[in-house]
Design a protein around this ligand. Structure first.
Ligand code: NAP
Length: 334
């Protein structure tokens, strides 16, 4: 089985527009057998840095981001945890998990401050920093103000990506217009959304005048695969990156058949069951994942969820053990 290489693959040796020491490897990911997984698996051009962390084109933005990123929800909530959280995120950066997801909501701004401590002294261009505006702040002026506050807390000049956290009461045209003003002012590079279904995405795209929608961040794990049915194929067509959140929820219990399967597959590649799960969840060329880990062992395990490709048989077996819904269901949220 051959797989076509993505038409929006990133330029070899370029990271976010800058030369890197990365090498390009072609990952011909296998095609699935089942209808539920159809339209998900395609080939992506993968850049691998010296640490082996994979990066790939972030939709049609023209930049690449690490396939495995780092979440920060519940970070910055307790001063006692601060040192441990900074250490975990720093370890992740050292391992190549340079795609960091945060939000004004997390720790009421505290998570952004944890990220600020983590990135101090790092080369900004090596990072892909994402934050989010809460829907209740997402008026035109409120969005601008929220972005500026996030930048202050993050102690950086720009965000790589700014998301509307979920659809809210303000007209999407106002929020998107503010996002376009932020791009024009150099405060954010790309515009995105989170928890948007296909209809919401269409509405956001329709009101954008100068920018393309870069990303939709949505719930995606082994127990919640409904986005594979319509949302992933739709986003692929539009060149929108799909970032899966809460990827480790719904992980199979000890002694379950599901865990046995992931263990058996992982053993063949020298990978853990969780690494197999994260690999499965990032097999679509537009898919990224952002597990959150404060424990260094978890960070290492998550960073190791790349550098191998699942076979067609592996994907089919996982698809059967953790079935996606056969009928359309409303978008699940975390
Ligand atoms: P998650 O990443 O699926 O799970 C986090 C939990 O899993 C933590 O308890 C963590 O423990 C543990 N863990 C991490 N790696 C592990 C490993 N290798 N083995 C065993 N346990 C492991 O859940 P999440 O935090 O909800 O989602 C990830 C990120 O997505 C969030 O942090 C946030 O940035 C984003 N998110 C976005 C939305 C949205 O609406 N856009 C919603 C939810 C989440 P330790 O911390 O102790 O290591």
């Amino acid at each position: 089985m051959t797989a076509a290489v993505s038409s929006h693959s990133c330029a070899p040796g370029m990271l976010n527009g800058e030369p890197t020491a990365g090498q390009v490897t072609m990952n011909s990911l296998p095609q699935p057998r089942s209808a539920a997984a159809a339209g998900v698996v395609t080939a992506a051009v993968i850049l691998q840095n010296r640490r082996g962390m994979e990066r790939k084109a972030f939709g049609r933005t023209g930049v690449v981001a690490s396939v495995i990123g780092q979440g920060t929800w519940h970070m910055g909530e307790s001063p006692r945890e601060r040192e441990r959280e900074v250490a975990a995120l720093s370890l992740g950066l050292d391992l190549g998990l340079t795609h960091i997801d945060t939000a004004e909501m997390y720790g009421n701004g505290g998570a952004e401050e944890v990220v600020a401590d983590t990135i101090r002294g790092r080369r900004r261009a090596d990072l892909f920093l994402v934050s989010k505006v809460l829907p209740q702040n997402a008026s035109y002026r409120g969005t601008i103000r929220a972005a500026e506050q996030s930048l202050r807390r993050l102690r950086t000049d720009y965000l790589d990506l700014y998301l509307l956290h979920w659809p809210g009461k303000y007209p999407i045209a106002d929020t998107m217009s503010a996002m376009e003003s932020l791009v024009a002012a150099g405060k954010i590079r790309f515009v995105g959304v989170s928890n948007f279904d296909v209809n919401d995405l269409g509405a956001a795209i329709a009101v954008l005048k100068r920018e393309r929608l870069a990303c939709n961040q949505v719930l995606y794990n082994l127990a919640t695969r409904s986005i594979e049915r319509d949302l992933i194929p739709w986003c692929r067509q539009q060149g929108i990156a799909v970032v899966g959140y809460t990827p480790l929820d719904g992980f199979p219990r000890p002694g379950s058949e599901g865990l046995k399967l992931l263990t058996e597959i992982g053993t063949r590649y020298g990978k853990t069951p969780r690494q197999v799960a994260l690999r499965f969840l990032t097999r679509a060329e537009i898919a990224f994942t952002i597990p959150k880990a404060s424990n260094p062992e978890h960070v290492r395990e998550n960073a190791g969820a790349c550098g191998f490709a699942l076979t067609q048989e592996d994907v089919a077996a996982i698809d059967t053990a953790f079935p996606a819904p056969r009928a359309p269901v409303p978008l699940a949220t975390g």
